[in-house]
Design a protein around this ligand. Structure first.
Ligand SMILES: [Zn+2]
Length: 75
């Protein structure tokens, strides 16, 4: 299960999440997925866009349309 290391666009803390191919709509790349920063100090949802290798291309603060899954970060 691919682990991704990135940062939360709200609080800039380091985050880790797991993502699989079935978490995204592979008919379009980069594909959006919702990421919830599961930390008591944040808890915000943002939209991350991944390429066909599930690498993060970019991220948006807002909840953009098109994602099929919401993933919580690892504690
Ligand atoms: Zn955060």
């Amino acid at each position: 299960m691919p682990l991704r290391f990135n940062s939360c666009p709200y609080c800039n803390q380091r985050i880790v999440f797991k993502i699989e191919m079935e978490d995204i709509d592979s008919s379009m790349y980069p594909a959006p997925v919702y990421i919830i920063h599961a930390d008591d100090s944040c808890g915000k949802l943002s939209t991350f866009y991944v390429d066909s290798r599930l690498q993060v291309s970019y991220k948006e603060l807002e909840k953009k349309s098109g994602a099929i899954k919401t993933i919580e970060t690892q504690k």
